[in-house]
Design a protein around this ligand. Sequence first.
Ligand code: NAD
Ligand code: DAU
Length: 356
Amino acid sequence: MILVTGGAGFIGANFILDWLNQSGEALINLDKLTYAGNRANLASLEGDERHQFVQGDIGDTELLRQLLQDYQPRAVVNFAAESHVDRSILGPAEFIETNVLGSFHLLEAVRSYWNGLNGANKTAFRFLHVSTDEVYGSLGASDPAFSETTAYAPNSPYSASKAASDHLVRAYHHTYGLPVLTTNCSNNYGPYQFPEKLIPLVIHNALAGKPLPIYGDGSNVRDWLYVSDHCAAIRAVLERGKTGETYNIGGCNEKTNLQVVKTICTLLDEMSTGSPVVPHEQLITFVADRPGHDQRYAIDAGKIERELGWSPRETFESGMRKTVAWYLDNQHWVANVQSGDYRQWMETNYNERAMA
Ligand code: NAD
Ligand code: DAU
């Protein structure tokens, strides 16, 4: 039995579906169900007793104490976070609440639980913290990719809050001996990604004939990884990673935002029937830049490849084709997750960005 937090979100849901397929080991899924968490992501698990869903907050110490005591998990995998950079710029408080204080409360509850374990259960226990490459800051065009020894230099309230949680995780290992593992991953894409993030937003807008908003000049670079490759990397770190270590995970797929958006347009030209505006590239619209926009991220995934034998299976081309196909087949999912909060967010973020 393992405890997963944030398992109703994009990566957490993909992880749970993969986990139950690959290992079949039961899990508890603790998720607050913020705007980003959707039970529909796990609809295929209705009635599956290996998945126990609990709605709750990682900052709720008493709930955590109870869950850990009742279920006695052998590991905790922490996905729960506020994850959208633009939201952290417009409203950072939630990010401090969940990513910093929530992680702290979770660590305290786990420390107390782990202290009460004995023998093999204590030795085998693991706490895996899922983090981001954004903690390393921004790279220049010819800088080497981020490695596990790159100094932290977070630039947004989101990345600063994730960096703070990474530091707490590190400190709980150093000070209390808690058997922790941290992963720092590059940009994910794939099924169930909330349509506020670049790739699902562009697919969704393109299908509706709406503008495809590109911040600044579109030259910012991200290193894209298909989500199931991230899930496989997390499983590898959980099973074979060395406690106290951090592992960088990335796809070795550096693309400018303009390249990403053009790739989506080309795929939709080929795969979509009935789009109101074709070719889809006509919809590309440059809008005001993200304040403090990091120019380039790139991950050196050499350590996890060498030490744990992990490497990505999907190329950018194969992963993007699968992703576009999934969104074309699951437009009802996109429609269902567009709550009032979503519509309000789209207005707030994009109306404020004067068209460039
Ligand atoms: P997401 O926003 O899609 O999902 C986050 C989930 O956490 C949601 O289900 C939400 O309801 C839940 N949650 C939020 N606050 C909570 C709280 N206080 N208690 C319990 N649950 C809470 O995020 P994602 O993209 O799936 O990211 C998951 C994790 O992976 C995050 O920690 C993120 O920083 C990290 N990460 C994401 C990416 C990426 O490209 N998306 C890349 C690297 C790392
Ligand atoms: O690098 C890992 C990170 O990747 C994760 O830690 C974050 O949780 C995740 O959201 C993601 O952060 P980004 O800011 O890189 O992702 P986003 O999809 O928001 O933006 C990707 C790039 O596209 C970024 O350079 C901003 C740009 N962009 C984004 C949106 C939403 C646009 O040009 N237009 C848009 O409308």
